[in-house]
Write a protein that binds this ligand. Sequence first.
Ligand SMILES: Cc1cc2nc3c(=O)[nH]c(=O)nc-3n(C[C@H](O)[C@H](O)[C@H](O)COP(=O)(O)OP(=O)(O)OC[C@H]3O[C@@H](n4cnc5c(N)ncnc54)[C@H](O)[C@@H]3O)c2cc1C
Length: 301
Amino acid sequence: MIPGNFSYYRAESKGQALQLLGRFGDDGRVLAGGHSLIPMMKLRLASPAHLIDITRVGELKGIAISGAQIEIGAMTTQRELIASNELAAACPIIRETAEQIADPQVRYCGTIGGNVGNGDPGNDLPALMQCLDATFVLEAASGTREVAARDFYQGPYVTALRRGEMLTKVRFAAPPAGHGHAYKKLKRKVGDYATAAAAVILEMSGGTVGKASIALTNVGPTPLYARDAVARITGTALGAADIGAAVQAAEAITSPAEDGRGSTDYRRKMAGVMVRRALIEAAGRAGDVKSGGGVFGWLRG
Ligand SMILES: Cc1cc2nc3c(=O)[nH]c(=O)nc-3n(C[C@H](O)[C@H](O)[C@H](O)COP(=O)(O)OP(=O)(O)OC[C@H]3O[C@@H](n4cnc5c(N)ncnc54)[C@H](O)[C@@H]3O)c2cc1C
């Protein structure tokens, strides 16, 4: 329970952090909220030789909303995501998801950059970012590039981040007014990681699904964007058969590990249950699903 030896640096600016990262390469790690990295160091699952603390770097913090465009600095805490009424008005699924992360103590320190940059399939924000089709801005001393959240995750704790790079912000377009959304998470107890979770965004038009997005947490080696499930409901009235087809398609892409949260089969089924519940809740919140059959007809039937 005691970490190995490491040198500690406190960066005062983004430029200084990037320089240090560039200098140390694979031996350096940034320290954000520390609520994943420090436990991993104590368990000796991570042993960085150099820790670069970025908690004082103000330019990595903040939420900027300009029209439909939203940018969130990597060092914005999960608590700050929840506290922003402006963000909740523009994109309510962020608050709904962040409120389901861990507990208030963790959320006061844990950052969006640490949560999505960590590469832990159990983290809740990566699937949310895939659902929102977010872009991650990755900076190194040598330059900046952008990677889609849907292309960022390669395996457990393996991401598209290259040596010397840091995630500096996430960027996405807010879904249009009237969209439906839901993040449904099954966990064993308050503060636990997901047994399975699903993020859904729905845009309904004339009683049918015009556009949809579905992503899954902790039921595979990475967060999973459920492309086939989206195809099963797009253009439909979201009746029982449509939802059933989406649930099946979502379950088909999962490969959850058997662990203390349940067997592979149980967790796969729970992924389907979370997708079903999230679709129904999102439809109920969407602008114009309230007439005729569709999901409400099915619920009544
Ligand atoms: C008891 C407990 C319960 C938890 N439950 C949940 C939960 O239910 N859901 C959930 O999502 N999370 C959960 N967490 C994790 C928590 O949300 C962490 O805060 C989060 O995973 C990491 O964010 P951090 O800012 O603490 O990052 P750190 O722990 O500082 O860093 C994590 C990793 O990301 C890297 N990193 C950090 N910032 C950047 C950056 N800007 N660019 C590139 N790499 C970066 C670090 O080098 C490190 O490898 C839990 C944690 C605890 C202790």
